[in-house]
Design a protein around this ligand. Structure first.
Ligand SMILES: [Zn+2]
Length: 128
């Protein structure tokens, strides 16, 4: 699962193909937990998580902005939003995973282009 998530983030795997693979092989809880940790670690400025990159990520999620997970992400701070996403009904599961996978793709790409640019110790940035 970690490899698939990072390949999607690094554009080495198509977003939708990777999404289906993830949903096929892992439970919602497993994917959710992993993406939550990945996102929190990849967002710059850990004091409030409300960085420009994070805002850009939630504003470009490829889903209708009226969908519940998107409304939650835009209305609450990161950690509170994640808690609310975790307790949504099951029919929202796929939308939640699309949202988190997209956010990680954006925040991780930003990190790779900035703090990781001159080499980093993140083994998952050495995929191939
Ligand atoms: Zn890195």
């Amino acid at each position: 699962m970690e490899e698939i998530i990072n390949k999607i983030a690094q554009d080495k795997m198509d977003f939708n193909i990777g999404l289906e693979l993830l949903l096929d092989k892992n439970s919602f809880d497993e994917i959710f937990e992993t993406l939550q940790i990945y996102i929190l670690n990849s967002i710059p400025n850990k004091t409030d998580y409300n960085s420009e990159t994070y805002q850009r990520a939630i504003n470009t999620i490829p889903l209708k902005p009226t969908y519940t997970p998107i409304v939650i992400l835009k209305s609450f701070s990161t950690k509170i939003a994640f808690n609310k996403l975790a307790s949504l009904p099951k029919n929202e599961n796929k939308k939640v995973i699309v949202s988190l996978l997209w956010i990680f793709k954006i925040t991780d790409t930003e990190r790779r282009n900035t703090e990781c640019k001159n080499g980093c110790g993140h083994f998952w940035h050495e995929l191939d």
